[in-house]
Design a protein around this ligand. Sequence first.
Ligand code: GAR
Length: 217
Amino acid sequence: MSESFTIDTATISLISPNISSNQVTQSTPMKLGILASGNGSNFEAIAQAIEDGYLNAQIQVLIYNNPAAKAPLRAANRGVEAVLLNHRKYNSREAFDEQIVRTLRDNDVEWVIMAGWMRLVTPVLIDAFPNRIINIHPSLLPSFKGINAIEQALQAGVKITGCTVHLVCLEVDSGPILIQAAIPVLPGDTPETLHARIQVQEHRILPQAIALAAQRQ
Ligand code: GAR
């Protein structure tokens, strides 16, 4: 007799390093400033991890650059101040980053989290928060840097992809890796189906990586 198995494909993953998801070790709350360009589901995951007591942090401010972004609605629901800085209104990337730094400093931010931030950053931002800027990217870096990482992975025909949380340096999608999750590419995957499974893991590893970054300091 044949048995049938159902596999919850949303949760198939390998996360490394394997740190406990309910570990809170830092004694003083990390003061986070979150940068987001779009939907803000990673913002939400951070806020939820804080609420659930898995991450000892407080979100000082959300900065978003796209007036159509959904992230500020999520911030409003959570009582977090959201500031729109529209990059189109600045003459240079540096001038834009200067305003970001001012806003972060005005809000007493210590750690900057790029949670779906679709802008290239300059030394203005990087030098203002040395080793304290964290990014999440939807691939197993160093593969598939830059935009359309998920489409790049599908195009390349890889059988395993994933997501990476890393410290930010000037070179795009580079810098020391904090946590990665590996996720299988399934037959028939589209950018949307694969992204949905990647996001399940992003929401697990981003709060963990933020805690890990504080421990490593
Ligand atoms: C996430 O999948 C994140 O990895 C990606 O944008 C998405 C934002 O989702 N970031 C990048 O591609 C950065 N290069 P969210 O707005 O729902 O958090």
